[in-house]
Design a binder for this molecule. Structure first.
Ligand SMILES: [Zn+2]
Length: 138
């Protein structure tokens, strides 16, 4: 936990104290070092005050644990009649001009940058950073 807190400290400048290490150990009890380590940067990114907290890391780990099922969306898509659509049924990425599910680069980017977020937060992030024609997806 001292290693984890040292890493956090490098990001947000917080002091690493013995009592803090002990408290984080209690809050993050049962979590693997790898899971906690992976959650640090996402927790830092969404932190309102720029400070990584044990609670913030726990929130990221909980969000990651929620099941997501992109397969459902892709199965349904195969049967869609798109002739009546007034806009593209799938967001198009700004950088490559591809439908988002056809663009491996942007899918990877979304997965790594926003994969742990809940659906609304991920959509907002994608709108701001990945999708073209943002006004259609507001
Ligand atoms: Zn793309």
């Amino acid at each position: 936990m001292g290693k984890v807190l040292s890493f956090c400290s490098a990001l947000d400048g917080q002091q690493v104290t013995e009592s803090k290490v002990l408290m984080w150990l209690q809050v993050l009890d049962g979590r693997s070092y790898e899971d906690v380590q992976e959650a640090i940067v996402p927790a830092y990114t969404v932190s309102v005050n720029g400070i990584v907290t044990a609670r913030g890391i726990l929130d990221v780990l909980h969000a990651k644990a929620k099941p997501v099922s992109p397969a459902m969306f892709m199965e349904g898509e195969a049967d869609l009649d798109e002739s009546g659509w007034k806009s593209d049924p799938q967001p198009v990425c700004e950088e490559h001009g591809l439908r988002i599910l056809a663009c491996d680069d942007c899918c990877k980017l979304l997965h790594y940058q926003a994969g742990w977020m809940d659906a609304d937060a991920r959509h907002s992030w994608a709108m701001a950073n990945v999708y073209r024609a943002k006004e259609l997806w507001a």
